[in-house]
Design a protein around this ligand. Sequence first.
Ligand code: NDP
Length: 291
Amino acid sequence: MHLIDGNQIATALIAELKAEVATFTGRKPCLTLVRVGEDPASVSYVKKKEKTAAEIGVTSRIILPPVTITQAELFALIDGLNADPTVDGILVQSPLPKHLDEVAVFRRVSPDKDVDGFNTLNLGKVAQEDDTGFVSCTPAGIMELLARSGTDLKGKHVVVLGRSLIVGKPIALLALQKRAGANGTVTICHSGTTNLATLTRQADVLIAAIGRPEFVTADMVKPGAVVIDVGINRVPDATKKTGYRLTGDVHFPTVAPLCAKITPVPGGVGPMTVAMLMKNTVKAFHLRAAL
Ligand code: NDP
């Protein structure tokens, strides 16, 4: 079994981006992060994004509206960022409080600053295999992990567990694209799928993104499969100072010995998500510079 080291691959990508940004004279790329409320996971994700931006030389700004912000106020804030010529990328941290319509907020971000890749136009470009848009960071990071760990999806049966807009649907579309590294045969499973384990056992590449701790067990995996564990779940653990531990959607101890390759949690897909956000921000900077 080979462990796909997301930290190592993300570090390489970050070093590439840092070298590229160092060549920019004048204004540096600027990423604006909007975090509504104090969701603990969001607080830690946004901190990590700020830290990585600083490491690369990308300017980051953080806006912290109160949890009581209305949809209209959040739209007005996004409109201001869309119009600000010094802002290259905008990221509104998900999840938003329940009273806000998250998809409507994603649509409000100007497509050319949508470094999270959730705007309708950018999702559409993934379906059209049009590289001028932004691919959402977690699916883009998974494709990069697969490519850099020598996994070609061509002719492989790729089974995606989960159909969210953030992970499941876009990764399925990317794996399906008719291009080098992709070209897989894709099955998407969700909570309405019957015989789930029958399908997952057929996977040459299994991508688990359902948000259920250690859901995928050894009996659901074909020996020799490549397993990508997207899940980041906080499970109560009294032995930890924080009171919780992080676990993926895959039961790593029993599944890992069966696999050809597997990503750990933490240290797999997570670091790649942040690295791809930076890659998208640098791309947005180039797009603006070309205007
Ligand atoms: P969502 O909750 O938005 O989607 C979960 C999906 O899994 C849904 O499609 C749901 O089906 C499906 N599902 C849930 N339970 C089952 C089940 N028992 N059987 C079959 N399908 C099921 O989650 P996300 O896609 O946003 O996130 C998934 C996981 O990935 C989470 O742990 C999240 O924390 C993590 N994540 C990690 C990131 C990273 O950087 N590594 C980034 C983003 C997310 P249905 O549609 O029918 O409800």
